[in-house]
Ligand binder design. Structure first.
Ligand SMILES: Nc1ncnc2c1ncn2[C@@H]1O[C@H](COP(=O)(O)OP(=O)(O)OP(=O)(O)O)[C@@H](O)[C@H]1O
Ligand SMILES: Nc1ncnc2c1ncn2[C@@H]1O[C@H](COP(=O)(O)OP(=O)(O)OP(=O)(O)O)[C@@H](O)[C@H]1O
Ligand SMILES: [Mg+2]
Ligand SMILES: [Mg+2]
Lengths: 266, 266
């Protein structure tokens, strides 16, 4: 099983959109996929047309009461299951402060379903708190969506050095950054090409051998800005269902294919 | 003194960009302005070309050690002072959990400088945790930037009912929502006009007399998507300095003027 956290503390860079479409794309390719919504906004849940789990269930129960993922997940597409979120999850940050081994709760829960899935994808909130650390402790791989803007680039160093390196050292030595996905790309803007060039050179020349991102790469597939990607969630659909011939659908199909080819499909 | 929190738990909707340009615009209009960066990402700090306060100073010291704002702030433009942030602020969420009256720390600190400023603007992180609640407890007004997309709209109800209403009831009865600013507007997309119409009708017809948003409005000024707004922070500049004749500069000048006219300038 490949397990991947989709993270970036910068808000609005396409984390949810990327998680939803990689999960859906892998499902369409015949892989068994579990998508975990670890954001109290519950946007991954909403993107699949599912209801946020209001009765204290879903990922909130897994994180705070030790509930089993298998009991809280729900099938949303053929081959795709969802562990839904809810606004109550926002309280988990404080509720877990003094719980022993709080960073390993999700890892423990995921271990119990490892044999049922080929891929587990986790959508993270725009912060580097306990929920994001739980995701990083639980997975083998990280994908970082990056809007090619200055603020997004500015936060990348913080994400790598402050959080990913520390989790790699102290909690999850197997953690590897698989790649950076350029999202919301506006062709023809100088800013986008400058930021993309910056990021490629950082990951290309980074001689530091032994850090979690030493073999990370910038995915060849660039996700272009495309209004259909913003329209689809309003219908509880993925862009593959809502606008199958759009740039958004093409780009996320390409990214799915690239991800499958990268480590060799399980 | 007018004090305004710029908040939306949805990430990447233009909170920092709006705070930076209202602060700069009000300063250019001759008002004395304090801009507070309450986001550990420190993007408001970076937008003004200032250094994140690494030695444990800045807003982190105000929040966790009771330091005075007057000692931690720095002049960034004529008429504009900044209380800078730093990544250490991310720890404040847990550090403040058991502090008595933790929600009123910022309000207390701001009271000491109330006579020095005409406007205080607070840039909030993309979450509804202790930092955002501190901002809501400390101010008289709220401005909510909203990208006209489905996910952003979806979170608005949660922001109003879960957080603003509760803070209004329990901590700060004087809290009022001044308005919603439509940001990153892409003219000609059906999605934008549908979302804007939805939001206008929600605030137009909302008969509930006695809630914090009963006299809120959608600002007439719409901030258009404009790449110059994304390029300016990379130079530590506002768009007024970087591209003074751009749509971005025009739109934020318009918004500043509307804000000044709205409650009657102090
Ligand atoms: N390539 C794209 N083109 C146009 N719009 C997009 C694209 N990708 C995502 N969007 C839209 O942009 C907004 C931000 O994307 P999304 O919500 O996926 O980001 P996020 O990183 O998950 O945000 P948050 O930090 O709030 O969790 C959403 O309204 C989404 O529908
Ligand atoms: N009107 C606009 N047109 C184009 N780009 C914009 C516009 N407003 C903001 N941006 C850019 O979009 C990105 C998101 O804006 P910004 O960082 O201000 O949002 P935010 O709500 O503060 O994000 P966060 O939730 O991470 O704090 C930034 O890269 C910014 O430079
Ligand atoms: Mg998201
Ligand atoms: Mg911001």
């Amino acid at each position: 099983m490949r397990s991947i956290a989709v993270i970036n503390q910068k808000g609005g860079v396409g984390k949810t959109t990327t998680t939803a479409h990689l999960a859906a794309g892998l499902g369409l390719a015949g892989k068994r996929v579990l998508a975990i919504d670890l954001d109290p906004q519950a946007h991954l849940t909403v993107n699949f047309g599912a209801e946020p789990s209001g009765d204290g269930g879903g990922v909130y129960a897994v994180m705070t009461e030790g509930a089993a993922i298998a009991e809280q997940m729900t099938a949303v597409r053929s081959n795709v299951w969802l562990l839904p979120s809810h606004v109550d999850l926002a309280g988990a940050e404080c509720e877990l402060v003094s719980v022993v081994g709080r960073e390993a709760i999700l890892r423990e829960a995921m271990a119990a379903v490892a044999d049922r899935f080929d891929y587990v994808l986790i959508d993270c909130p725009p912060s580097l708190g306990i929920l994001t650390v739980n995701a990083l402790a639980a997975v083998g791989e990280v994908i970082i969506p990056l809007q090619p803007h200055f603020f997004a680039l500015q936060g990348l160093g913080m994400l790598l050095n402050e959080t990913i390196r520390l989790v790699g050292k102290r909690i999850n030595p197997a953690l590897r950054v698989t790649g950076i996905v350029v999202t919301m790309h506006e062709g023809g803007t100088r800013l986008a090409s400058e930021v993309v060039a910056d990021v490629k050179s950082f990951f290309g020349s980074n001689a530091e051998a032994d850090c979690p991102w030493s073999d990370a790469r910038v995915f060849d597939t660039v996700i272009r800005r495309n209004i259909k990607l913003a329209e689809a969630p309003g219908h509880g659909q993925t862009v593959f269902e809502y606008a199958p011939r759009s740039n958004g659908a093409d780009d996320y199909r390409g990214l799915t294919g690239e991800l499958l080819a990268l480590h060799g499909a399980p």
